[in-house]
Ligand binder design. Structure first.
Ligand SMILES: *Cc1c(COP(=O)(O)O)cnc(C)c1O
Length: 233
């Protein structure tokens, strides 16, 4: 199957999942998780109509961006970001989805202020409470959202999560539901410098469940590009 055929299939499944959940399919956008795919393949996905691209690694971003890989759609940063690489990302991407710790929030804010830009961000939430994973707890997320007025270099636009690896369909619904409730809680508080518009959750194996639980953006790699060959790198 070609990338275009894969994207068409995913769109069909997204629409069906949205309609089954009583949602407008237009509320959910499709981000292509482009890690380990070269600029030409990324361009193919953009031509096939994905709504955004997401990169995990700074090195891949700085390599593909000058080649025009993402031209035509927003580019998001979705991976673990080291504070010493923040200057390569802030102001160069439309959204940093993976702000997962206070130290990183402070570094992004500081860099944005120095550059004179306002960087849109999401907070990454460790919704499964997994030891080895980055991300804020729901309690930390709420507390920090209330303080966003102290960070004028950024704007909090929503939340992102990567739930625990699931065994079977439906397993992650409880995490997605918790995310939606947290998202709505924060949205209703109408905090300064917070505009809750993006709830980024759902990947190849669970995006339909994420859509039924309120996701507004799914991040899909494998179902668009095929399996990644980690042995090659
Ligand atoms: C790779 C990746 C995805 C996509 O994963 P697939 O299972 O291949 O769809 C989504 N989000 C993040 C943060 C990723 O790193």
């Amino acid at each position: 199957m070609s990338i275009a055929e894969n994207v068409a299939q995913i769109r069909k499944r997204m629409n069906a999942a949205a309609i089954a959940a009583g949602r407008d399919p237009k509320e959910v956008s499709l981000l292509a998780a482009t890690k380990m795919n070269d600029a030409d393949r990324v361009k193919e996905a953009v031509a096939a109509g994905v709504d955004a691209c997401g990169e995990n690694r700074v090195q891949e971003l700085v390599q593909k961006q000058p080649l025009g890989a993402y031209e035509g759609v927003p580019i998001h940063f979705i991976g673990r970001l080291q504070t010493n690489k923040v200057n390569k990302v802030v102001g160069k991407v439309d959204l940093i989805e993976s702000v997962d710790r206070l130290e990183l929030l402070e570094a992004v804010n500081k860099t944005a202020l120095r550059l004179g830009v306002r960087q849109d961000i999401l907070f990454e939430v460790n919704i499964g409470g997994e030891e080895q994973k980055g991300g804020f707890t729901p309690e930390e997320t709420l507390a920090l959202a209330a303080k966003m007025g102290d960070y004028p270099g950024v704007k909090l636009c929503g939340l992102m999560t990567i739930p625990p690896i699931s065994e079977k369909k439906g397993d992650n619904c409880k995490y997605f539901e918790k995310m939606r409730n947290l998202f709505i809680d924060i949205r209703e508080k109408k905090y300064d410098n917070v505009s809750m518009v993006c709830l980024s959750m759902g990947m190849t194996d669970d995006f339909e469940d994420a859509i039924s639980e309120g996701s507004t953006m799914i991040r899909v790699g494998t179902a668009i590009f095929g399996a990644r060959n980690y042995a090659k790198t």
